[in-house]
Write a protein that binds this ligand. Structure first.
Ligand code: NAP
Ligand code: 8YV
Length: 327
């Protein structure tokens, strides 16, 4: 018998699922665990009060998270497995205080998130989405062949990366391939990388043609990109955010885009998802994506398998999560 297979299906561990997950993953979770979907409970508070003590695991996503109230309502909780690398919606302090292990999905999504960051850099600089709208409206033909205005060159430009972690380094390597000059800002310089650390975020913004944000979310980075940083990026600078919406002061960004304080922005994430500031919808100098940077068949499958493996590791391999969040 494999370590990953429970000896008796009726003894499957009880795991509470918060939010929806890809259907194939929900199927696999149901095969191996006794899953209850919190979203199906009409009166969540009553359900948690009556049934909360039976769950030893939670499976959630970067979108749904697990806040302090939920963790407190689950007195037997041992493990939280997150479908996603970002754990800003999980109350890590509450988990740590109770000795609850937290698993997530690092590394398997680096390529796709970095690819999308480069896609946004190109889209916003070369105006490809704007050009697509122009074509679909028939304006190329009706305008007698007159095209949209000029874009800006990406190859050889300066890219400042805010957060040189797993994904930030993957973006930097792609920027190298575009012959870009790369510098980065983080609290600590990263050892053994060829890119220059810039201790001042304002200086990095001043230097950059493209400022790409890929720090962790949460209280420590809330509104790190504020009006001063946007001012420093300046009227020829572009902002790309594939981290979390909370990292940007959104009203300040809207104003900066409306008033030409910066040249444009490419945004995959927003402060109040699934909502984005409506003021952005009418602006041509912004590219908006509905948080899809990791959404490929390949990466979602790898994330799902790691989400499963973290649970399996906890229950069937002596509490050894494959990818545990350091608490
Ligand atoms: P990571 O390896 O932990 O890197 C995070 C980086 O952020 C580190 O370089 C860290 O460096 C830096 N950082 C943290 N706090 C900072 C601060 N206050 N000021 C400046 N830098 C700070 O994480 P990762 O795997 O690259 O993922 C990064 C984030 O991307 C995730 O947490 C998630 O929110 C987001 N993400 C988004 C998507 C999407 O679909 N758009 C997909 C995956 C991930 P220091 O500690 O030295 O400061
Ligand atoms: C996903 C993400 O969109 O990994 C993260 O932190 O934000 C994205 O990969 C998310 O995990 C889906 O819930």
């Amino acid at each position: 018998m494999s370590l990953n297979t429970p000896s008796n299906p009726s003894e499957k561990p009880s795991v509470l699922q918060v939010g929806r997950l890809p259907p194939w993953l929900e199927q696999r979770l149901n095969d191996e665990f006794d899953i209850t979907l919190l979203d199906r409970q009409i009166d969540r508070a009553a359900f948690l009060r009556d049934d909360g003590a039976r769950f030893t695991g939670v499976v959630t996503s970067a979108f749904a998270g697990a806040d302090a109230a939920l963790i407190a309502a689950l007195p037997s909780l041992q493990v939280i497995s997150n479908f996603g690398v970002g754990v800003d919606r999980i109350d890590l302090a509450a988990a740590k205080a109770r000795g609850i292990a937290v698993g997530h999905t690092p590394d398997v999504l680096n390529d796709c998130v970095a690819d999308m960051a480069m896609g946004l850099v190109i889209d916003v600089a070369r105006r490809s989405m704007e050009a697509d709208r122009f074509m679909r409206a028939g304006r190329w033909a009706t305008g007698g062949g007159k095209s949209i205005g000029l874009g800006r060159k990406v190859s050889g430009a300066r890219m400042g990366i805010v957060g040189l972690g797993r994904i930030g380094q993957t973006i930097a390597r792609r920027a190298d391939g575009f012959d870009m000059a790369v510098r980065y800002h983080s609290r600590n310089p990263v050892a053994d990388v060829p890119w220059t650390h810039e201790p001042s975020l304002l200086e990095l913004a001043r230097w950059s043609d493209f400022l790409v944000v890929i720090v962790a979310g949460g209280a420590g980075t809330r509104h790190l990109i504020n009006a001063d940083v946007l001012q420093a990026l300046g009227p020829r600078g572009f902002l790309v955010n594939v981290a979390r919406g909370s990292v940007i002061d959104e009203p300040a960004l809207v104003q900066a885009l409306q008033q030409g304080v910066i040249a444009g922005a490419g945004l995959d994430v927003f402060e109040n998802e699934p909502h984005a500031p409506e003021a952005l919808f009418g602006l041509d100098n912004v590219v908006l994506l509905p948080h899809i940077a990791s959404n490929t068949e390949e990466t979602r499958e790898a994330m799902g398998l790691l989400t499963l493996d973290n649970l399996r590791g906890h229950y069937f391999n002596q509490g050894q999560l494959v990818a545990a969040v350091p608490l």
